[in-house]
Ligand binder design. Structure first.
Ligand code: COA
Length: 326
């Protein structure tokens, strides 16, 4: 079967930077605490008038340019996001129109921070089956818009960014080899946003009770997340007769340096072969793997033929991994 290969990547983060020193002035915290527990030093935060599609559009434009394509070439747009501009239409629809992808269908996927792996995997299927030839995959978030900046357990972690990748058919063995998509809804209340949906529609009461913000049981998330990273990455490697020793670069969801280090240790991947930029971006949800991939490519960390392993986990819980030959 034809593999789907990434032919262009893009990334964008809002100009405004919020440092740990800035947070020290807003809540009872310290730079030392944040760095020790999460590895985060600064993050990008969208302006009041900047929405998720604004970031997605910039990342998508860059990915298209680098793939040497024009918007009319795109057959389909697959977006991973937890923070769309509005309930509907989708970010995919807004990007389709603003970019001018006149022939493209589009959809958003909600797999929280695993939205990167879900959107890339589903996008790659359209290429593999021969249905489409050019798919634009995007991960975009403005998590700051659902962050309670009085909750120090979450507000030091979450941030905003977008990344994109163009997928096209490969004519050799480069491209997506395999992926694993998993979910387990029993963990829904470890990380979720209570109101704004059909369970608790927006009301004065939900606003007063601060129910339109992400809630997280950090400690429990930590334990489950490490296990999920390991389960999924080992499964996808084993299924393809590979081990961690074959992986040239592991690009995990950038939630927290301690989670990344714990997972890398368990799968026996030395940190020299793990891409980390959480220190400069924080947790950007469905965007994080795309942004890290773009930085890895720009930094020359990937050569043609490199074996790349991507993995992410997020609220739901939803998690997964994707293996590709660069
Ligand atoms: N600054 C200073 N102290 C803080 C703080 C902050 N920003 N946030 C929490 N604390 C305090 C707590 O109130 C608690 O104080 P107490 O002992 O007096 O009650 C103490 O630090 C320890 O809290 P705890 O939640 O047990 O800390 P932790 O070691 O688990 O670290 C996280 C907290 C959130 C950094 C950690 O649990 C984590 O990274 N979890 C995973 C989160 C994640 O990645 N989510 C995204 C998934 S996609």
């Amino acid at each position: 079967m034809t593999r789907a290969r990434i032919t262009g990547v893009g990334a964008y983060a809002p100009k405004r930077i919020l440092t740990n020193a800035d947070l020290e002035k807003m809540i009872e915290t310290s730079d030392a605490w944040i760095v020790k527990r999460s590895g985060i030093r600064e993050r990008h935060i969208a302006d009041e008038n900047e929405a998720t599609s604004d970031l997605a559009l910039r990342a998508a434009q860059q990915a298209l340019e680098r793939a040497n394509l024009v918007p009319e070439d795109i057959d389909f747009i697959a977006v991973g996001t937890t923070t769309p501009d509005m309930f509907f239409p989708s970010v995919g629809n807004i990007v389709q129109h603003r970019l001018g992808c006149r022939r493209a269908g589009s959809v958003d996927m909600l797999a929280a921070c695993a939205g990167s792996i879900y959107s890339l995997s589903i996008g790659s299927q359209f290429i593999q089956t021969g249905k489409y030839r050019r798919v634009l995959c995007i991960g975009a978030e403005t998590l700051s818009k659902i962050t309670d900046f009085t909750d120090r357990g979450t507000c030091v972690l979450l941030a905003d960014a977008a990344g994109a990748a163009v997928l096209e058919p490969s004519n050799d063995d480069r491209g997506v080899i395999d992926f694993d998509l998993s979910s387990d809804g029993q963990y829904w209340n470890l990380l979720y946003m209570p109101a704004g949906g059909s369970r608790h529609p927006a009301s004065h009461e939900t606003v007063d009770a601060r129910m339109h913000y992400a809630k997280m049981k950090g400690n429990e998330v930590f334990k489950v997340a490490v296990r999920m990273f390991v389960d999924s990455t080992v499964r996808v490697l084993e299924r393809n007769g590979l081990t961690a020793a074959d992986v040239d670069l592991f690009i995990p969801h950038q939630a927290n340096l301690r989670i990344i280090e714990a997972a890398a240790k368990r799968v026996a991947l030395p940190m020299e072969r793990v891409f980390v930029n959480v220190d400069r971006y924080g947790n950007t949800g469905a965007a994080s793997v795309y942004v890290a991939l773009e930085e890895a490519v720009s930094a020359g960390r990937l050569a043609p033929g490199s074996l790349v392993l991507l993995a992410a986990f997020g609220g739901g819980f939803a998690w997964g991994s994707l293996l590709m030959r660069w």
